[in-house]
Design a protein around this ligand. Structure first.
Ligand code: DGL
Length: 257
């Protein structure tokens, strides 16, 4: 079973890729919606929440936990790896593939303030983007909008303009909520700008980890996905059912952890 965790509904963009790649797997998803957004909360608070959620996922039977949140990955992945016996897969800031794709030598990264502050992101930029220009834009307000099921076109346009006006021809979606806005981001950026969503690569990495611990080949008949939220489940349910309309209504539950 694969555990998936995000501050809210954003991790569904990763679950969607996991499900496409490994439809035979069982999934258990936790949205910490009561505490969303994480973007500007203290790293200590986020690490505490990540540990509580990881404990819940492992107790629920997860063989691997995907931290489908760039902000929680930045704040907590190394503590989680030290504290628990299962493997953790985190979000990779896709700066390396973006740098390789760019023809202008300018890439835009749209993420939360905490993701940009994290060591993982800073190290990645130093390692893979020292000879290109990286335009970092904090997508303030976007996570809250996705959580409400809204598309804030004005905000999207101003963030995208902030990157393309400096010559960015690749935009990295550095937050798992943003693939839900990908169409609008792409329209605002225009046809010459590539949008990079790291979720498919994270799904492939999860499969490699499962292969290694040989949990990927267990047969689940029928496979199931269960979704928990520490807050309201309505947007979680609507977005998950867009990916898999066969999900049962009782697959969505509220938890207090
Ligand atoms: N999906 C989270 C991420 O990838 C959103 C963070 C937040 O709650 O602000 O960073």
């Amino acid at each position: 079973m694969v555990g998936v965790y995000d501050s809210g509904v954003g991790g569904l963009s990763v679950w969607k890729e996991l499900l496409a790649l490994m439809p035979w797997q069982d999934y258990v998803y936790v949205a910490d919606s009561a505490n969303c957004p994480y973007g500007e909360k203290s790293p200590g608070f986020i690490a505490g929440r990540a540990a509580a959620v990881a404990r819940f996922l492992i107790d629920s039977g997860a063989d691997v936990v995907v931290v489908a949140c760039n902000t929680a990955t930045a704040a907590a992945i190394s503590c989680l790896r030290q504290a628990f016996p299962v493997p953790f897969v985190g979000m990779e800031p896709a700066v390396k593939p973006a740098a390789e794709l760019s023809r202008t030598g300018v890439v835009g990264v749209l993420a939360t303030a905490n993701t940009f502050r994290g060591r993982l992101y800073r190290d990645t930029v130093v390692r893979f983007a020292s000879d290109i220009k990286v335009v970092e834009v904090v997508g303030r307000g976007l996570v809250e909008a996705v959580e409400k099921g809204e598309t804030p076109s004005g905000l999207i346009r101003s963030y995208v303009d902030g990157m393309t006006s400096q010559g960015a021809d690749v935009i990295v979606l550095g937050c798992t909520h943003f693939p839900f806005l990908e169409k609008e981001i792409s329209v605002a950026a225009g046809p010459d700008v590539r949008i990079l969503n790291p979720a498919p690569a994270v799904a492939r990495q999860t499969q490699r980890v499962l292969d290694r611990i040989s949990a990927a080949h267990r047969v689940h008949v029928p496979p199931s996905s269960v979704f928990y939220s520490t807050g309201d489940v309505s947007v979680l349910r609507r977005l998950a059912m867009e990916t898999d309309p066969s999900l049962a209504q009782d697959a969505f539950k509220t938890i207090n952890i």
